[in-house]
Design a protein around this ligand. Structure first.
Ligand SMILES: [Zn+2]
Length: 266
């Protein structure tokens, strides 16, 4: 169990450590990392109870799950994620063709809608979006946002005090918590940095944004766009980051992506 002195140490480290995808300092996250895992588990359980009939069974849909876990593994194998081994990084595919979205809880429970998979045009785009979502967990944006929203003192009382029920209540509201603009930029940057170390086209996520901009009236606006008014700016930012790193070309794996789609329910 962490005592208050370790918490102060954690805060100090959070303030003074510069993380790889980030371009600014000064994050203060009051939560111990284990709390991200616990909260994530609770949020994922409550989400899955509420959407049980839509979660695709991983023991029956082995082809698509093997495929999507392969993408996750390519990202984790870069060794750029400090929570590679202590977060779950578990994936569930949600069978709903009308939603073009993906999200990731604290502690790395990843959810991808079939609507997004069918909308995207290549494996690089799915990898880019997954990288973006995984970055929200890796960079602990939810517990950052909770610290900002509820204040350190209240949260310390909840983590170390008797009132666990209230913490659970906050955790279940987590899915509705919006990330700020800075968090979105950081997640975009991580997506480019991580994919840059794989075989993928490093700006796969930008390809998704461009497609959405072209067809914006046709789909539900997903999480990636909801907190940022200007996706064009995000595409520019990702392309600049990619060219600053040396403009390495990567693969889109379009053919095998299309083959995988045949294994999704029609
Ligand atoms: Zn995001």
């Amino acid at each position: 169990m962490l005592n208050r002195i370790s918490i102060i140490a954690i805060i100090t480290i959070a303030i003074f450590s510069l993380n790889s995808c980030s371009s600014w300092l000064g994050k203060v996250n009051i939560f111990p990392v284990e709390q991200d895992v616990t909260l994530g588990k609770q949020v994922s359980q409550s989400f899955e109870q509420g959407n049980a009939s839509m979660i695709m069974d991983s023991s029956k849909n082995t082809v698509v799950y093997r495929y999507i876990y392969g993408i996750r593994d390519s990202i984790l194998k870069t060794n750029l994620l400090i929570h590679k081994n202590d977060f779950a990084w578990r994936i569930r595919i949600i069978q709903n063709d009308t939603i073009q979205n993906a999200f990731c809880t604290p502690g790395g429970y990843i959810y991808v809608y079939t609507g997004l998979m069918k909308y995207l045009e290549g494996e690089d785009q799915l990898a880019g979006v997954m990288g973006h979502e995984m970055a929200h967990a890796e960079k602990r944006h939810s517990t950052d946002a909770m610290t900002r929203e509820f204040g350190a003192n209240l949260l310390l009382e909840l983590i170390f005090g008797q009132n666990k029920a209230q913490l659970l209540q906050i955790a279940t509201g987590l899915a509705q918590l919006e990330f700020g603009r800075d968090a979105e930029t950081e997640a975009d940057n991580c997506s480019v940095d991580w994919l840059y170390q794989t075989a993928y086209n490093p700006i796969g996520a930008a390809g998704f944004f461009e497609k959405i901009q072209k067809e914006k009236n046709k789909i539900n606006i997903p999480e990636f766009l909801s907190t940022h008014p200007d996706p064009g700016h995000r595409v520019e930012n990702m392309k600049k980051r990619w060219s600053d790193k040396g403009s390495k070309q990567g693969q889109t794996f379009t053919d095998r992506y299309k083959r995988m789609l045949n294994y999704l329910p029609k």
